[in-house]
Design a protein around this ligand. Sequence first.
Ligand code: NI
Length: 267
Amino acid sequence: MIDVHCHLNFKSFIDDYDDVIREAIEAGITHIINVGTKIESSKKAIDLALKYDNLYAIVGIHPHHADKLELETNWLEQLNDLATKPKVIAIGEIGLDYFPYKSNGIVDKILQKEVFEKQIEIAFKYRLPLQIHNRHASNDILEILNYYKTSLQPIPGMFHCFSGNKDFLTKVLDLGFYIGFDGNITYDGIAPGETTMLSDLVKNAPLDRILLETDSPYLSPEPHRGSRNKPCYAILIAEFIAKLKGISLEMVKNQTIKNTHILFNLK
Ligand code: NI
C-alpha cells in the first residue's frame, strides 16, 4: 500500500517520525508521500524524502496560508526552486477552502484563487501533477481547472481527501483526475456543509482512479477517530473501500499501488 498524502513533516511527528515510518513499513506500506502546506513544511517534506528511500515529497502552499505569504519572502521563487528538487513528485496541497474555521474564518477568496493559479502554473512549468485540496469550493475549483483545461496534462493530478457530490466527482474524473480517500470515509453520517455520504462517492469512483491516503496526523479512521493518525492506518481505509465495493482487499491494494505509480510516475 501507498499513503499518497500525509504530514510526517508536521510538529506532531517531530519526536518519533522514525518509529512511525518503521511501523508503516512493517505494516506493508511501501511508499509514503509527505505533503507541504507552506514553504517551511515543504522543505521538511523534501528533507524526509532524502533521508528514506521509500519517501517522496509534494510541495506547495495550502489555501489556509494564502494570506500569510508576506511572511515568506519570495515564496514563488522559493517554490519554483523546491519544485526542481529530487524526489519532489507533485505540487500540493493547493486549492481552495471556503469552510468557515473557528480559528481563522475563511481566507480572502480572491487571494486563495491567485495563489492556487500561480501554483498550477508552476506545476505546468515542471510537468508535475497537481494535488488539490477542496473544501466547499467545488464550483470555483472546476471553473479554474476548466480555464486551464487545454494546458492540463493527460493525467493532471488528484483530489486529496475527496468530498463533494456525484456530479462533481463525474466532472473531475472526466478531466482525468484521480481521487484520494481518507479515514473520514469510515465516519458515520454526512459532514457539516456536505450533501453526499463519502461512502456513496467511494462506491461511485472507479477503482482504477482511487488512491489511498491518511492525511496523518488528522482524520484517523475508525476505531481510532480522535487520536493521532499514522500511515499504517491506510490498511483500515483499504479494508473499508473493499467492503463498500464488495471486492477483495488484495484488489484494492494492488490497484491503488498501480494507480499511484501511473499518476506520480514512481520508480
Ligand atoms: Ni493534508
